[in-house]
Design a binder for this molecule. Structure first.
Ligand code: ADP
Length: 655
């Protein structure tokens, strides 16, 4: 697999597109060559046929001429004995006809041209007639007699569709022409006698007159000739007779037909394969183009990543890195590709650890959930990365390497470290504050009972000094005991508050604890003549720590009582409302006290902040810690009727 960028495909495609001309050209050349070959073979065939036709016709012409010449000689040698009697003449004629020379009638004319003998006896009117018109035969007779040489007549029709001509051969004895032997050739018979069967098989052979009229034909089939024939004149007839032959349209030889058919089939197969090949290549090109686009898309995606990508083969050699990876480690792709471990970005201090995990990954035992590693940038900076490795699988399903995605978590790590340190600092501060708060709380909570015990004991001592009866002293001592017990209770509560470092939550019916907290304030409330109005929703139940919640309530009530020190007795009133709304329990404690100055509002919840001479400044701080510990909120606002309203919001316990 090549992970390096390719050259753009369309460019390559256009570069090689001209190659398509080659198969097309080859195909055209092939088809042209085949057509030329077939044409040439056809031409050679025709040429051969023509040559054969010419030689055949020349041979036929020679043959005819030979027959005619031989007949001339034989006729010239007619014996007078033959002409003496009809019987001898018939015998001579029959012998002559027996040579199959085309002769069909033999006539003996005396020196004056009178018909003496004929065989067969069927008379030609022109020969027998006495009219003396210029019929060819008379002319031929006169010419033959005057020349003393054989003379041929022109061809003339015989009956309806037959033609014949004559040869007049003068016969002389002792220098005297004694008569003329006339041989009559019937053209149809000449053809029948002198054209051998094998020639007749090949050609339609005709004898043509001087006017171009066909005088006789030897033909196997009348209408199967299509081609131009070959014509040869044959003399001595001398009347323009010519032999004309037209070859029969012979079917092409099977081998030639097979060759043509195979070539055509071959051409079609070549065309078909070219078409298939082209389609395949086009499809392939389309797929390649799609792949290229996908590659470009993926590359753009990889390049835009913040995640570093690094691929290694099974030997651990780097085969691919994306720009984000290069940015992360500060080395360029060319510097990294081909590198083997140890990599230049491995941190020296963690070399063994890095190599171990590298070996584990190559062995296929890398942690699936990813792992964190410290690497070193080229400039020496360290970076923390989170790496996930996945196997690289090729098209055949074989693994050929590992692809690692790398996220820079340096900032996250630093933030985590900062948070951890801050947390540690906070915890130690919180511990200090808590200790301080506890010490202050103890002092705060014990202040009042100790003061009460002190005053009761002082009162009892004064009574004893004045010899007061025991019945007067005992109540004071009882009250001192009560206060001592209360102090013990407070210590236990604060102790349990300190112990409650971890939440021990239970269902708390808030109304009951309001009553309990108020009962602790009972003496004060009564002494100061404060009216307490309660409006408590019975279903106000929260999940919480009852001791802590009661402590928080007590602090709020006590502040309300103390704030009304300077309030007119008739306005000394505390309104406590407990209600439920929207899944929350809302408790408001409204007093008509001195109110809260806007300048101190910000610092109200700070530990040790107080405006009271004897105050510890811990009540509201404890109160808010407790409320927030219960996922609630503590707030205050000015009471429209004068004084302050403190509000506690706590999540309601699920029913
Ligand atoms: P302390 O009561 O010991 O001063 P607290 O934390 O309970 O400590 O209260 C801090 C200060 O908030 C008080 O000194 C007082 O000035 C103010 N404060 C608290 N509750 C009230 C209230 N109901 N009305 C007016 N001022 C209040």
């Amino acid at each position: 697999m090549n992970l390096s960028p390719h050259s753009p495909l369309p460019e390559r495609a256009s570069r090689w597109r001209w190659l398509w001309v080659l198969p097309r050209l080859a195909f055209v050349l092939f088809v042209g060559g085949v057509a030329l070959l077939l044409w040439m073979s056809d031409q050679a065939d025709k040429e051969e046929k023509r040559a054969t036709l010419t030689s055949d016709m020349l041979w036929l012409e020679q043959n005819l001429r030979f027959h005619l010449t031989r007949n001339e000689e034989l006729l010239g040698r007619i014996d007078l004995a033959h002409t003496a009697s009809a019987k001898a003449f018939e015998s001579f004629a029959r012998t002559l006809f027996g040579f199959e020379s085309g002769l069909r009638q033999l006539i003996w004319l005396d020196a004056e041209g009178r018909l003496r003998l004929a065989h067969p006896t069927t008379m030609d009117p022109s020969l027998a007639g006495e009219t003396g018109e210029a019929v060819p035969s008379r002319q031929s007779f006169r010419l033959a007699r005057s020349l003393g040489k054989p003379v041929y007549s022109s061809a003339y029709p015989f009956f309806t569709n037959d033609w014949q001509f004559e040869v007049h051969v003068p016969v002389s004895r002792e220098g005297q022409i004694v008569g003329v032997a006339v041989g009559i050739y019937r053209i149809r018979d000449i053809l029948g006698d002198s054209v051998p069967w094998w020639l007749a098989e090949r050609y339609r052979i005709s004898i043509i007159g001087d006017s171009g009229k066909v005088l006789g034909t030897r033909s196997k089939i009348e209408s199967s000739v299509t081609e131009e024939g070959y014509q040869v004149d044959f003399d001595p007839p001398g009347w323009g007779l010519a032999l004309h032959a037209v070859p029969y349209h012979a079917p092409r030889p099977l081998a030639s037909v097979l060759l043509s058919v195979s070539l055509v089939i071959l051409a079609m197969i070549v065309l078909w394969s070219l078409w298939i090949l082209r389609r395949h290549v086009l499809r392939r090109q389309a797929v390649e183009e799609q792949l290229q686009q996908e590659h470009a898309f993926r590359k753009a995606m990889e390049d835009s990543f913040d995640t570093g990508m690094r691929a290694r083969n099974l030997d651990g050699e780097i085969i691919y890195v994306n720009p984000a990876f290069c940015r992360m480690v500060g080395w360029s792709a060319t510097e990294l590709i081909g590198r083997r471990p140890p990599m230049p970005y491995w941190a020296d201090d963690y070399l063994d650890e890095t190599r171990a995990i590298h070996d584990r990954i190559l062995a296929g035992e890398g942690p699936e959930e990813g792992f964190e590693l410290k690497l070193k940038r080229r400039n020496g900076e360290f970076i923390d990365v989170l790496i996930h490795e996945a196997p690289l699988i090729d098209a055949h399903g074989h693994q050929f390497g590992w692809m690692g995605s790398m996220v820079d978590i340096t900032e996250r790590k630093q933030a985590e470290e900062r948070a951890r340190q801050q947390q540690e600092r906070l915890q130690s501060t919180a511990r200090l504050v808590a200790m301080g708060e506890m010490a202050s709380s103890i002092a705060h909570e014990l202040n009042q009972p100790l003061a009460a015990i002190s005053s009761y004991c002082t009162g009892a001592a004064n009574l004893l000094r004045n010899n007061a009866p025991a019945t007067d002293v005992v109540p004071a001592l009882d009250k001192a005991v009560d206060q001592a017990q209360r102090a013990g209770k407070v210590i236990r509560r604060i102790y349990s508050l300190a112990r409650h470092s971890e939440n021990r939550f239970e269902r708390v019916l808030l109304g009951a604890h309001i009553d309990a907290a108020l009962s602790l304030m009972e003496v004060d409330i009564r002494q100061k003549g404060i009216r307490v109005t309660l409006d408590l929703a019975p279903q106000a139940v929260v999940d919480g720590d009852p001791v802590l919640l009661e402590q928080a309530l007590f602090n709020l009530f006590r502040n309300a009582v103390e704030s009304m020190r300077d309030t007119a007795p008739d306005r000394r009133e505390i309104l406590i409302v407990l209600s439920c709304a929207d899944g929350y329990v809302v408790l408001t404690v409204a007093d008509h006290g001195c109110g809260i100055d806007a300048r101190v509002a910000d610092k109200l919840f700070d530990p040790l902040f107080t405006t009271k001479a004897e105050g510890m400044g811990m009540g509201l701080a404890i109160c808010r810690s407790v409320v927030e510990n219960h996922r609630g909120r503590l707030s205050f606002e000015a009471n429209p009727e004068g004084g302050t309203v403190f509000r506690i919001l706590l999540p309601m316990a699920p029913q």
